[in-house]
Design a protein around this ligand. Sequence first.
Ligand code: PEP
Length: 248
Amino acid sequence: MKKLIAGNWKMNGSLAANEALVKAMLSSLGGVGTAADMALCAPAPYLAQLQTLLQGSPIVWGAQDVSAHEQGAYTGEVSAAMLRDFACRYVIVGHSERRQYHGETDALVAAKAQRALALGITPIVCVGETLAEREADQTEAVVKRQLAAVIHAVAHCTSEIVVAYEPVWAIGTGKTATPEMAQHVHAVLRAQLAAATQHPERVHILYGGSMNAVNAASLLAQPDIDGGLIGGASLKAADFLQIVVSAR
Ligand code: PEP
């Protein structure tokens, strides 16, 4: 299975900056080839721009959140059907920043994943423990609880999701889980998927949390690390592409 390197721009960018970044990526893709599958997840207002810039290229695009509701009186929300109108291939759900700052519960994240799948959009389901939870030896229990909610909701579609293990203490902090620490959690998640789907090996389990051009190779060499969810480093064309090359 090819690895998947997905960028999460978070709330960064502008029309001008996005165009420069994407054009820089596309112009250097020759040297990268198709070492890995690539995706960029942008703020919703820029999805139309990404569609224009990336259509026909090897890079697909996606969103960073989706409503759990189908349509209607939900001011400010963006539906899965709207994401599909802009040909989104992926949507991130349950990013720790949404769980932390927007009070998203396991049940809400599961409903969002379900809504995305219903519209043919692959949810990138984020799970991960806080520093306090790791120190209390709760890492496995937390990630299993978070993933279990999604498995319960999407049931026979479990093999169609992407999982991203993102230890909260490693996101945007420059602190990365060691390859061994990450591999251990990925193996736990793989075993959990194996109980829910016949083909757990087909589910990409990405690592996210300060992955960069320097540490990517050793993380991506682990047997159960099938790619990366890249925040900060996805805002620099050369760094993002170096991570893609590391996925070979
Ligand atoms: C993320 O936002 O999903 C992420 C992993 O961020 P960073 O790479 O900046 O730690």
